[in-house]
Design a binder for this molecule. Structure first.
Ligand code: EPZ
Length: 417
């Protein structure tokens, strides 16, 4: 298993292009099974989670290949409806194949994605919604057997929680269903809007994406389309964290500022300053961060849960106390114990983490156990005194494209061993 060694306290400088959004690319790749013809996806990040989705597409009978940051998918009807356990377990994004394959061929069989490092990750909201659209779903020994014996029919669906994945699954199942589907309390994340933009380019009729009220008018068929994946707002927030923790001024290129509306003010409270110019964002960091007082994770447009781990790392060296309230996932502070090995002072209690800022962190041997925790530990290594050895790099590679190269190009001393 590869590791990263990080020699801390190097100032960062220069500019870097923000990669395409993992959580946009994954549902869009699943959506291609609904189309006939070729789709060209630009700015599609080269990640292990994306590669896993390409493998599922090939298994189902599509052609999928990567040319640099462009992914080409040719789909002329899929020849299978079952997704093997090994392919399903590689990433959570594969759950969106549930609604897509069911809509494409009227049946789908896949293994339950199961919990992951940050929580149980139930899929009750997905299943309840698909049943509303006419799916017959049997859960047996960790497998889901879904059929739509009379096809999928538009329906009114209300989500008790604005689940991102459930909203995407419904959108994919509804866009070729007969009739109209409305989704109340839909998720509003930018990745939902990006999926709808791609589907509408393919001939779907989806309105309201990005708001909490979605309307999907079923159409007969979808064709392929060209689409540029939006920038990854969580990778952007992670790069801001790396700059903030090393007192650095850097420039992020290819940023959608409105996607960071809940993130940048928290860093401004901590003493950072930002200059936006076109799709660039200049980050200016103080010598020492102030505490952020309290950070509550919420569904979009609130503070994103995926940025909690990196921000918590920044809070460990801020001047003062920061309280984090993790409202989305039930087990998302696992990076705290590893940060404590680097000298951080963190107390966690259920959904709360209380971080007392310390003057500095010290390099240590630490292990990542989830994707955003890996990013938090890497950011901490950049600012720690001495050398940090980070194990669990495979988690980082699920969501961050060649991140050690990105950081090295900005002046960090990060090596993969
Ligand atoms: C998506 O996960 C993202 N993953 C997550 O990013 C992100 O943290 C999350 O949305 C919230 O923004 C992808 O897009 C591939 P949810 P998803 O359904 O769809 C509960 C990362 O680091 N829930 O909005 O699984 C669930 O347990 C990953 O990139 C149910 O109870 O998130 C959680 O507590 C991590 N029943 C909450 O809702 C359901 O049927 C939010 O889940 C579905 C969800």
């Amino acid at each position: 298993m590869s590791k990263l060694t990080i020699t801390g306290q190097k100032r960062l400088s220069g500019a870097t292009e923000v990669q395409g959004a993992k959580n946009s690319a994954l549902p869009i790749l699943a959506a291609t099974v609904l189309t006939r013809g070729e789709s060209v996806l630009y700015h599609c990040p080269d990640l292990t989670d994306v590669e896993a989705s390409l493998q599922i597409l090939r298994w189902l009978g599509c052609k999928a290949q990567r040319e640099g940051s462009t992914v080409l998918v040719q789909c002329d009807g899929i020849s299978r409806h079952d997704i093997p356990d090994g392919l399903m377990r590689k990433n959570r994004g594969s759950l969106t194949f549930l609604g897509a394959v069911l809509a494409a061929v009227g049946k789908v069989r896949l293994s339950l994605p199961g919990g992951c490092e940050i929580g149980l990750r139930p899929i009750d909201l997905h299943l309840k919604a698909l049943r509303r659209l006419g799916a017959v779903i049997k859960e047996r020994r960790g497998w889901l057997d879904c059929r739509a014996p009379h096809g999928l029919k538009g329906a009114a669906v209300t989500l008790p929680f604005p689940s991102v994945g459930a909203t995407e699954d419904i959108m994919l199942a509804a866009c070729t269903a007969s009739g109209t589907t409305t989704v109340t309390n839909a998720a509003r994340e930018p990745e939902i809007r990006d999926l709808a933009d791609y589907l509408n380019r393919c001939g779907a009729k989806i309105s309201g994406a990005g708001s909490s009220e979605l309307v999907i008018d079923g159409v007969q068929a979808l064709h392929g389309a060209e689409h540029a994946v939006i920038p990854d707002r969580i990778v952007a927030a992670t790069l801001v964290t790396c700059a903030a923790m090393t007192g650095s001024d850097i420039t992020l290129k290819g940023v959608v500022h409105s996607h960071l509306r809940a993130v940048l003010p928290v860093f401004e409270d901590a003493g950072c300053r930002f200059e936006a110019a076109g799709n660039e964002l200049r980050v200016f960091s103080p010598q020492r961060l102030h505490s952020m007082k309290i950070v509550r994770t919420m569904p979009y447009p609130g503070f994103p849960t995926d940025a909690q781990a990196p921000l918590l790392a920044a809070a460990t060296v801020a001047d003062g106390t920061t309280v984090f309230m993790e409202n989305i996932f039930e087990n998302r502070f696992r990076h705290a114990a590893e940060l404590a090995r680097m000298g951080a002072d963190i107390k966690t209690e259920g959904k709360f983490a209380v971080v007392e800022g310390v003057p500095r962190l010290y390099g240590a041997s630490v292990e990542a156990v989830d994707l955003r925790g890996a990013a938090a530990l890497l950011s901490a290594g950049l600012c720690a005194e001495g050398v940090t050895e980070l194990d669990g790099v495979r988690y980082l590679e699920r969501g961050y494209e060649r991140f050690e190269q990105v950081l090295s190009a900005l002046g960090a001393d990060v090596k993969k061993i």
